[in-house]
Design a protein around this ligand. Structure first.
Ligand code: PEP
Ligand code: MG
Length: 673
């Protein structure tokens, strides 16, 4: 046996990356290698990263290294050498020594709502399912262990692939996180404990992995060192991955702390709908753009959000302190005390709340030259219904009903939907509400396992409804029944032409006949078409002859007219709402509706932006539907304009050649929101 005393001198102590290096060196020797704290508090196996981290050896900690075996002297020399070289982790990133725990990391994205929030990171990967305990019979125990080992192997392959990619795209400085994950995964302390648990407790592998993972996590939460305590999130990540691979499903959401800032690569709108929103303070995602559904929801709920942060997620750990500044689109990880102080003085709630507004007007707004404009609300979740009245909306111009399918693939029954639509009718009052048939597919995947290669151009919206008619019929029946309680209309999303309308209307007529023959109380509804793809714009006159109203979805109209994926941050520069081609589509649609004497409601995000709303009025729009919280601002701006003056602006914009030119024209408007 050989032993030597060492001291931890590196600034971050014996943290995950250092421990990973230590394990790698220790593994090269046959001898057993033990690390003992000189204060007698703990002892660790130098070949187990989990064990090393529980030493909580911060800077200055003294340890005894004990080696025993054939090559004990060489092993001891190698380990002591590694301590003296601060675990070989001096690494240059951008020419500087990289300390991710102490360096403030600023990242610029796109602020899609208002507000500044100081909170703690909660990393969220799209979703794991509940883990249940199952009893495994003696005869099946070996099979269960094999199943667990297979999940470990699969997780390892996935992590290796992620690590390689991270190395290429982010450099070794970031990829080390996955080294640590790989070591956790291979750590006998984890794998042996899970297998032992399976056998002793006759437990299924999922449950065993969860119990062992929870135990390890609880050890970490007790560690008296901030940095090391936070490494618990690495274990959490690995366990989640294992569980996902065991169940074949994705991980679910953890409990939220009071000041949770959700950090994710991409967040499904349905995930936001499922979160406990009392606790979520903000959202930061790698993907997304201004009109991605996640951004729309965040605005609707008044959540501070920054999207399009690209490779930010992998730099964070659950528990990290973070500042989200949606006004500038900046997020700051590990902010210094000074930065926090600075922001403490500027932190404020996202939107002016209703209480802070002195007098809130409601109903339509009139321009200075007497043109009346209806301001309606776009809502996604029943929790937003109250906002319709609070912000003085003329009813609900668009209910994005697909958010009722709060988890992908989970269907609300006819009765459940009926209750929600009835609530909607109550909330909307005399002006009524428009329910959009489920706009699933595209961003809102009904079954993520079957994601299409090009979902925006795939089986989305009305196409999905026509292909899955049972789902459509259930929804139509619920809408027709709720319409008996008050003014309710139905709009068909993403129609490409008259053929889509005719097919959809036939299904609706059949359900009307069925309800009548069953003697169920219902009422006929007005049927509208969402105009949001170029083919619908180009055949708008023909569609107008078949429907009661139009809804102009400017978000998709921009996406499809300019061929720019609305959720892809890499092409966000090309997503230009004020592009003359888009304005031409809007103008053409409004003219076709006027000609057919049917109303047209503009319900994309464009209507929520005061200066753009002015341009819409110039293009002839008199019915706008928007995020409820934006109604007071849009109202205020529209009271300052003459519709005839902004008509001039619209004509000049239509004649412009580029989005830049239109933006310049709009910037010259002097209006105060
Ligand atoms: C639109 O496309 O503009 C629209 C209103 O619908 P969504 O954003 O839900 O696609
Ligand atoms: Mg749309």
């Amino acid at each position: 046996m050989a032993e030597r005393r060492v001291q931890v001198t590196s600034r971050l102590g014996l943290h995950a990356r250092a421990a990973a290096n230590l394990v790698r060196v220790a593994m090269q020797f046959q001898s057993s290698l033990t690390l003992q704290r000189l204060d007698g508090n703990a002892e660790a196996d130098a070949k187990s990263i989990l064990s090393i981290l529980t030493l909580a050896a911060s800077r200055g900690t003294e340890l005894r290294v004990v080696a025993e075996g054939a090559d004990e002297q060489e092993a001891l020399d190698a380990i002591v050498g590694l301590f003296s070289r601060d675990f070989d982790e001096i690494e240059k990133v951008n020419g500087e020594r990289f300390y991710r725990a102490t360096n403030e990391l600023r990242c610029k994205g796109l602020g899609v709502s208002d507000g500044i929030v100081i909170g703690r990171v909660l990393r969220l990967q799209e979703g794991t399912h509940e883990v249940y305990r199952a009893h495994i019979a003696d005869a099946d125990l070996e099979r269960e262990r094999r199943r667990f080992r297979a999940a470990v192997r699969l997780s390892r392959r996935q992590l290796e692939a992620i690590k390689n990619r991270a190395e290429k795209e982010l450099g070794r400085g970031h990829a080390y996180i996955f080294d640590a994950h790989l070591l956790f995964l291979q750590d006998a302390k984890l794998t042996r404990d899970v297998e032992d648990y399976i056998v002793k407790e006759h437990s299924n592998a999922e449950w065993a992995a969860k119990v062992v993972g929870d135990r390890l996590l609880s050890i970490y939460t007790q560690i008296n060192d901030d940095y090391l305590r936070e490494r618990g999130s690495d274990i959490e990540d690995v366990i989640q991955r294992l569980l996902a691979n065991l169940t074949g499903e994705s991980p679910r959401y953890p409990n939220l702390s009071e000041d949770a800032v959700i950090v994710s690569t991409d967040l499904l709108p349905s995930t936001i709908a499922e979160l406990n929103l009392n606790h979520v303070k903000a959202i930061a995602t790698d993907a997304g753009g201004w009109t991605s559904h996640m951004a729309i929801i965040a605005r609707g709920l008044g959540l501070t959000a920054v999207v399009g942060l690209r490779d930010f997620y992998h730099r964070t750990r659950t528990g990290d302190q973070i500042i989200i500044d949606a006004r500038s689109g900046e997020v700051i990880l590990h902010p210094t005390g000074e930065t926090i102080e600075h922001y403490r003085f500027t932190v404020h709630e996202p939107e002016p709340t209703v209480e802070t507004q002195t007098k809130l007007e409601c109903g339509p707004v009139t321009t200075r030259d007497g043109v009346e404009i209806s301001l309606r609300a776009n809502v996604e979740l029943p929790t937003e219904f109250q906002a319709v009245r609070d912000f003085g909306a003329c009813g609900v111009g668009l209910f994005r009903s697909e958010f009722l399918l709060s988890r992908p693939g989970l269907m609300s029954s006819e009765d459940e939907q009926f209750e929600v639509y009835k609530e909607l009718v109550d909330a909307a009052g005399e002006y009524g509400a428009i329910v959009r048939l489920f706009d699933v597919g595209g961003e809102f995947g009904p079954d993520l396992k079957e994601r299409e290669r090009n979902p925006a151009l795939g089986l989305r919206a009305v196409r999905f409804a026509l292909r899955h008619q049972q789902m459509m019929r259930t929804q139509v029946r619920a809408i027709l029944r709720a319409a008996a309680a008050g003014p309710l209309s139905l709009v068909i999303p993403m129609v490409a032409d008259v053929a889509d309308i005719r097919l959809a209307k036939r299904v609706i007529e059949e359900e009307i006949e069925r309800l009548a023959s069953e003697q169920v109380t219902f009422s006929r509804v007005r049927i509208g078409a969402m105009i949001e793809v170029p083919s619908a714009v180009l055949t708008a006159e023909k569609i107008a002859a078949e429907v009661d109203f139009f809804e102009l979805g400017t978000n998709d109209l921009v996406q499809y007219t300019l061929a720019v994926d609305r959720g892809n941050d890499k092409v966000s520069e090309w997503f230009r709402t004020l592009h003359p081609a888009v304005l031409y589509g809007i103008s053409r649609t409004i003219e076709a509706a006027k000609h057919a004497q049917i109303p047209v409601i503009v319900c994309g995000e464009m209507a929520s932006t005061p200066a753009y709303a002015v341009l819409l009025v110039g293009l002839g729009a008199v019915d706008l539907s928007m995020t409820p919280a934006m109604i007071p601002r849009v109202r205020s701006v529209l009271t300052q304009i003459n519709a005839s003056d902004v008509r001039e602006l619209a004509l000049k914009s239509l004649a412009a050649a580029t989005a830049d030119e239109v933006e310049d024209l709009v910037k010259n408007l002097s209006l105060s929101a």
